[in-house]
Design a protein around this ligand. Structure first.
Ligand code: NAP
Length: 320
């Protein structure tokens, strides 16, 4: 990385939003720098959530499907082909009100930022909350999933379990009834958190059954999921439930820690954007799942990355 020079655009994050923004800004000769993040845990790593899925069948242009990590490698290669610089580093601090904007990648207490930039595109994504069980992480992509829209198709005529009691869990469960033989919703309480309309739909659906007051204590299976160990929290009794697929739908959390106190978030903690990708700070743009808790698809993230790149390009033209 060249030091001492101010970049035109820095992109934080390397999922479909960040890499699409990199392709567009690189083709606009803005020589973007992408801080792709660092492998830190199974739910937070360079390439974003697609690195955690197996086959992606709904990204247009791939009639035979493509593996999630392969899709991300291709986007990365495409960005680099046009001159994007991609570093395996994550930002530890940002000063969005400084001009140029300051970004630290090492000690956040250091007086000087490691990188300065005229514009910033935030595409740090969101992480699915997980139960935190060792076998859940091991079998992610092999029967454990966090996205019914992405993976439901692979569970045709299979026995599926969904964890959670909110709108996401019910939405995933209802969607999965199109494919699965049965869908069991496992919830840690006796009452659902989900909206009444979603509850009504789930209760009416004949394929859906509920396991109340229950928590999953282990995911079973060698190469793919074969079952769950479930504990009844009222009696303490444990039993095994034979299933083929587990969908964890206990919520998402946007990766916005870095911007706390500097950018506005909505009630759920997602960055607020207006007029495409603009945040309230001129020159700072946001795209992908960090600002979208509604659609959360690779293709919508990529689309919003394109919007952020165009917005950044236009902003840079105004300050020249
Ligand atoms: P949520 O409302 O926070 O619900 C999370 C659910 O997971 C809760 O039922 C919670 O149980 C359970 N849970 C959390 N941690 C758990 C753990 N460690 N083990 C077991 N269960 C756990 O999250 P969400 O469903 O993703 O929804 C987020 C927001 O998006 C909500 O405002 C929701 O209305 C909205 N949303 C709307 C729609 C729609 O309208 N179609 C669809 C999806 C999401 P407790 O209930 O016991 O806390």
């Amino acid at each position: 990385m060249e030091t001492g020079t101010t970049r035109n655009v820095v992109i934080l994050g390397s999922g479909p939003a960040g890499l699409t923004a990199a392709i567009y800004t690189a083709r606009a000769d803005l020589e973007p720098l992408v801080l792709e993040g660092e492998p830190s845990s199974t739910s937070d790593q360079p390439g974003g959530q697609l690195m955690l899925t197996t086959e992606v069948e709904n990204f247009p242009g791939f009639p035979g499907g493509i593996m999630g990590p392969q899709l991300m490698m291709s986007m990365r290669e495409q960005a680099e082909r046009f001159g994007a610089e991609i570093l395996t580093k994550k930002a530890t601090k940002v000063d969005l009100n400084a001009r140029p904007i300051g970004i630290w990648t090492g000690d956040p207490e250091s007086p000087e930022p490691d990188v300065t930039t005229r514009s910033l595109i935030i595409s740090t994504g969101a992480r699915s909350l997980m139960l935190g069980l060792p076998n859940e992480a091991r079998l992610l992509g092999y029967g454990v999933s966090t996205c019914a829209t992405c993976d439901g198709f692979f569970f045709r005529d299979k026995r599926i379990a969904v964890i959670g009691g909110g709108d996401s869990a019910l939405e995933e469960a209802l969607f999965l009834t199109k494919f699965g033989q049965s869908v069991t919703i496992i919830h840690r309480r006796k009452e659902l958190r989900a909206s009444k309309i979603m509850q009504d739909r789930a209760f009416k659906n004949e394929k859906i059954s509920f396991m109340w007051d229950s928590v999953v204590t282990d995911v079973l299976g060698e190469d793919t999921v074969t079952g769950l160990r479930v504990r009844d929290v009222t009696s303490g009794e444990e039993r095994e439930l034979a299933i083929d697929g587990l969908f964890v739908a206990i919520g998402h959390t946007p990766s916005t820690e870095l911007f706390r106190g500097q950018l506005d978030t909505d009630g759920a903690g997602y960055l607020r954007t207006t007029e495409g990708s603009k945040t309230e700070i001129p020159g700072v743009f946001a795209c992908g799942d960090v600002q979208d808790h509604v659609y959360r698809q690779a293709i919508t993230a990529a689309g919003s990355g394109c919007m952020a790149a165009i917005d950044a390009e236009r902003y840079l033209a105004t300050i020249e």
